[in-house]
Design a protein around this ligand. Structure first.
Ligand SMILES: NC(=O)C1=CN([C@@H]2O[C@H](COP(=O)(O)OP(=O)(O)OC[C@H]3O[C@@H](n4cnc5c(N)ncnc54)[C@H](OP(=O)(O)O)[C@@H]3O)[C@@H](O)[C@H]2O)C=CC1
Ligand SMILES: N[C@@H](CC=O)C(=O)O
Length: 360
């Protein structure tokens, strides 16, 4: 009999991040087996409507198999399949951006699933939901890991949590929290290309949310700030974040994502005006600031000096400046790709491995 530990991951969402995670897991199998005696199997993958099941674990042909053999599902079908096949050590991966899907977390936990999530929604609904979720995790002795919620693959949440738990006083966290907005303003400030073109490049690179207005409206950055605030035990609500939206009112609200994409050129003129107003040494940056002492959270577009650390950002890099008591006036800084399917999938993968260390 093999001594390997078997972990089973059910992947909800097979878009940019979910599909890359499948590739990364499949490629790492022999190494995980050899070095860690760990076998990660994927018995179910789903998109919003269809699920593909293979109790022995999906194979490299998963895309074709999904197209041929997937079937409509409800969350109860997934739970029932796992129970019927007596599959143990099960982790549900939320690689969706869905508000509806997070309502499945508690039923999943009650039925034996751990959760690893890239989706920020569960941590940014009401504080009551946040607490109820944690109560359910405690009651059923299950884990919920979500390092990719802030800074994609960068180790932000774990670092903040470790500092906080060790009694370090964190005064402020400031920076560029969005990989897509970083990419957009880095490219837009430096080149002659239109704003709508840069936005479409960011979307093609898989940096934006499925609906790019989530990024442009500041909501995605606001969620990240709120998640960090809650890690620091602030009982803050999303409505308390002061947000500067970059989406004109006429393209929000009543327009759907297709209508927005069709009219995206309407963003070009207002952004051209902001760019023209810049001097030679200035760039635009979309920043977030959590002031822990004042308990204020704010996200906004600013004009920044090119020479500053924030002004020097390149590509889709994020930067997190963390001001704490021990580090004094100079913050310690975490910087690197803040979005992208490869780094985000790798972040989910490392949460899976971390979680599997605590399973038998
Ligand atoms: N891209 C990045 O750089 C980063 C992304 N994230 C987060 O990762 C998540 C996924 O992003 P990304 O892969 O780019 O998004 P995509 O739009 O590429 O993929 C989303 C997937 O989720 C599926 N889905 C939507 N609703 C549901 C549902 N209710 N149940 C099951 N599946 C559903 C979609 O299916 P269908 O096609 O049927 O709609 C699709 O397969 C988001 O929450 C995002 O914030 C976090 C850090 C960085
Ligand atoms: N859309 C997000 C993706 C990661 O959370 C971003 O741009 O940072």
């Amino acid at each position: 009999m093999s001594n390997s530990k078997h972990i089973h991951v059910v992947i909800f969402g097979i878009g940019n991040v979910g599909s890359t995670l499948i590739q990364q897991i499949n490629m790492a199998q022999s190494n995980l087996q050899l070095k860690h005696q760990l076998q990660i199997e994927i018995p179910i993958i789903t998109n919003s409507k269809l699920a593909f099941y293979n109790e022995n674990g999906i194979e490299n042909s998963w895309l074709i198999d999904f197209e041929k053999f997937s079937e409509p599902y409800k969350i109860e079908d997934i739970i029932q399949f796992i129970k019927a096949k007596k599959i143990k050590n099960v982790i549900a991966i939320d690689a969706t951006a869905s508000v509806d899907f997070v309502q499945n977390y508690v039923p999943l936990i009650e039925n034996g699933f751990h959760i690893v999530s890239a989706n920020k929604v569960a941590n940014t609904l009401s504080y009551d939901f946040y607490e109820a979720l944690r109560q359910s995790l405690r009651k059923h002795n299950k884990s919920f890991l979500y390092e990719t919620n802030v800074g994609a693959g960068l180790p932000i949440i774990e670092t903040i949590k470790n500092l906080y738990n060790s009694g370090e006083h964190i005064a402020k966290i400031r920076g560029v929290f969005s990989g897509s907005l970083s990419y957009i303003f880095n490219e837009y400030s430096e080149s002659d290309v239109s704003f709508s073109k840069v936005l479409s490049q960011a979307s093609k690179l898989g940096l934006t949310e499925p609906d790019a207005r989530e990024d442009l409206s500041g909501n995605d950055v606001a969620r990240k700030l709120l998640i960090l605030a809650r890690e620091l035990n602030l009982k803050t609500e999303f409505q308390q974040v002061k947000i500067e939206s970059l989406v004109p009112k006429k393209l929000n609200g009543k327009t759907n994502v297709q209508q927005f994409n069709a009219r995206v050129k309407e963003l070009d003129l207002p952004f051209q005006k902001r760019k023209t107003a810049l001097s030679k040494n200035q760039v635009l940056r979309y920043v977030g600031e959590l002031d822990v002492v004042r308990q204020t959270l704010e996200v906004k577009l600013i004009t920044e000096q090119k020479q500053s650390p924030i002004g020097q950002l390149k590509g889709a890099d994020s930067i997190f400046e963390i001001f704490t008591e021990s580090y004094g006036e100079k913050p310690f800084v975490i910087q690197g790709a803040g979005a992208g399917k490869a780094v985000t999938a790798r972040g989910l993968f490392s949460d899976i491995v971390k979680l599997s260390n605590s399973l038998n």
